[in-house]
Design a protein around this ligand. Structure first.
Ligand code: SF4
Length: 282
């Protein structure tokens, strides 16, 4: 940690310039978005400007024009084809957190009835935190993983003890909650708190690879701070919830691993992979 707890690029320059007499307090919000030093540095406007420039000059095809077109196409798809789930209808932080914890390695069809039962039985986080393990286990049993109630309980008890039962609205705080990783934390920020963050699950990563040619140098892509930074940059300034919902839907229902449904995909006009595939098949 550097001066004033700020370890983004601004903070480092400030330290090099001689502390509080130097560049002053960091006016940016980059420190909110990442708990890692690398993430904060990448998120800092002093670095992200040149990083973007570098991306353009390296001819990585994440151009503003292509991103703008993606926003329009995904927005149009969102207006008419978003899937309906109970956790998309009412989006309190508690409901979003429950849904995202349930959706970890479990399909939406299996989660839907369990989600309804769970929020009826435990309407608030404090009630869920105080529930007996057997009561939680009984409701969660149809999800098929016997240890799940313990994970849920730990998360609820942590939030009850450390945040007065309110689901945090900061990335660094959410990442400290048991069972909450980068995707779940950002889903809560986006869907419950309407913050402008990008989402990256394996399906969306595959879609972005195909549309933009983005490939992480890291084996575990979700640990790649640079990739998260790019995904945040792709998220639109307005309508970010609908955008992320639609991207998740397109990625999981159309841009599937084998035999993606490119003919029906709304992104075909911006997806080189899809066009090559269709022309190759013609
Ligand atoms: S056109 Fe095909 S490959 Fe491209 S995003 Fe759509 S489904 Fe995926």
């Amino acid at each position: 940690m550097l001066l004033g707890g700020c370890s983004c690029a601004w903070g480092i320059m400030r330290a090099l310039a001689g502390g509080s007499q130097g560049l002053g307090v960091c006016p940016h919000s980059c420190c909110r978005f990442s708990t890692s030093l690398v993430g904060r540095i990448l998120a800092c406007p002093l670095v992200s400007g040149p990083l973007r420039l570098n991306l353009w000059t390296m001819r990585v095809p994440v151009t503003p024009q292509k991103v703008g077109k993606l926003h329009r196409l995904v927005g149009r798809y969102a207006a008419r084809s978003l899937r309906r789930f109970p956790w998309r209808k009412r989006t309190s932080p508690y409901r979003v957190l429950i849904a995202e914890l349930m959706l970890q390695r479990t399909g939406a069809a299996q989660v839907t009835p369990v989600f309804e039962r769970f929020v009826n039985r435990f309407p608030g986080l404090v009630a869920a935190a105080q529930a007996k393990p057997t009561a939680l286990a009984k409701v969660l049993f149809p999800l098929g993983r016997t240890d799940r109630h313990r994970v849920f309980r730990k998360a609820f008890q942590y939030i009850a003890a450390n945040h007065n039962g309110r689901v945090p609205n900061r990335l660094d705080q959410l990442l400290k909650v048991p069972a909450v990783g980068p995707y779940t934390a950002r889903a809560v920020l986006c869907f419950a708190y309407r913050q402008r963050v990008g989402l990256l699950d394996p399906n969306v990563y595959r879609l972005l690879q195909r549309v933009f040619g983005i490939v992480s140098a890291k084996k575990r892509f979700h640990t790649d701070a640079g990739l998260w930074h790019i995904v945040d940059g792709i998220a639109p300034r307005s309508g970010v919830r609908a955008f992320n919902w639609a991207l998740l839907d397109i990625a999981s229902t159309l841009c599937v691993v084998r035999e993606p449904h490119c003919r029906r995909c709304p992104l075909i006009s911006v997806c080189k992979y899809g066009r090559n595939r269709l022309h190759g098949a013609a």
